[in-house]
Design a binder for this molecule. Sequence first.
Ligand code: DQA
Length: 146
Amino acid sequence: MKTILVLNGPNLNRLGLREPGVYGHQTLVDLENTLHEEAAKLNAQVICKQSNHEGQLIDWIHEYADDVAGLVINPGAFTHYSYAIRDAIASVSYPVIEVHISNVHARETFRHHSVTAPVTKGQIVGLGLQGYHLALLALLSEGDKS
Ligand code: DQA
């Protein structure tokens, strides 16, 4: 059974409360519950974690290096400036997909650039929470010939 790690970065514990016009009304618990359900239907499992701390996110990226088939990560604002998270992603061999709930390109200029995206397999932006599900599907189909 494949295991996919799902990491959410700073302020994403405030989903549902935080700027609902941008991030929607669903909470992090709602998101994680639906990811667990979806993974189970696909005969897989997810490990979901959230931290507001850069070093904690880096530790998890390292810690699961031998245990997971991929990583879905929304690094929050760290996306735009954390070379440390970028280097952590570059240090592991499992595929990584970066997700942003909002369309960062339609927002402030500082959100347009991701320092982490170049070391990921791909990026999903602006599709709301559906982005996490699409990333999960993509990682679970890694290695399929179709
Ligand atoms: C975000 C976009 C970032 O710019 C922001 O700092 C976040 C959330 C998103 O999911 O749209 O915290 O990553």
